[in-house]
Design a protein. Structure first.
Length: 231
């Protein structure tokens, strides 16, 4: 579960401050996808960055299960993010020289104390995730050999390598056409259910919102509307 409690985030702007997130509270439960929408500049990506522990808010709390991430130091926040949170950025940012399988398996090398002992397990999980996103037969291909939709699927699979309890997704369909975008949303919904993650998904594409378990709308950093999770 992820719970944001009365979170406020500001940025310096000359002699004053701009409020990007203004006293926002929301909760995403395991196995559900909560859509976050709103006009450009409304604070959606800033809110996701706070949820990801990439930015510490000015005030408020960010609970990942029972841990308040705002009380952690930088190292502790990094460990929490690596072990508990999966992040799907808007751009896939795949490494050009690595194959699809290597894009996933290399995640095992990032900061884990026992990475060498777990390489075999990581390779197996990478295979399983590539199968789950429908790319098991593309495991040996590099990014330039894949379509935009395929690269985004690898991006999602990579975010799930650490078996996160929380999945944060930023505009996953922005560079895709309607059909490929719909398939990516379907994939996220299915994987959220299968892996029981609590998922927050920022999107500008309103056509996908009815498929979410819940929807919140941000306007000028404030929560202006919330649709409860479907029964």
């Amino acid at each position: 579960m992820i719970r944001l409690n009365n979170v406020t985030l500001t940025f310096p702007d000359g002699d004053s401050h701009i409020t990007a997130v203004d006293h926002v509270s929301l909760t995403a439960h395991p196995g559900t996808v909560t859509g976050i929408t709103g006009p450009s500049g409304s604070g959606k990506s800033s809110l996701l960055a706070v949820a990801a522990t990439l930015i510490r808010p000015d005030s408020g709390q960010v609970f990942i299960d029972d841990v308040d991430a705002t009380t952690l130091d930088a190292r502790e926040a990094t460990d929490l993010r690596r072990d508990t949170i999966g992040i799907v950025f808007q751009q896939s940012n795949l490494l050009p020289s690595l194959t699809a399988h290597e894009q996933l398996s290399v995640m095992n090398e990032l900061g884990s104390k026992h990475s060498k002992r777990t390489r075999s397990l990581a390779a197996t999980r990478a295979d399983e995730l590539l199968d789950a996103v429908g790319l098991g037969d593309q495991r040996g291909k590099r990014p330039h050999q894949l379509s935009g939709g395929q690269r985004q699927r690898i991006n999602i699979a990579r975010a799930l390598m650490n078996e996160p309890r929380v999945l944060l997704v930023d505009e996953p369909t922005s560079a895709l056409d309607q059909e490929r975008g719909a398939s990516i949303i379907e994939l996220i919904l299915n994987l959220t259910d299968q892996m029981n993650t609590a998922t927050l998904l920022v999107t500008h594409d309103l056509v996908h919102l009815p498929r979410m378990h819940g929807v919140v709308q941000l306007v000028d950093g404030k929560l202006s509307q919330a649709t409860p999770a479907a029964a």
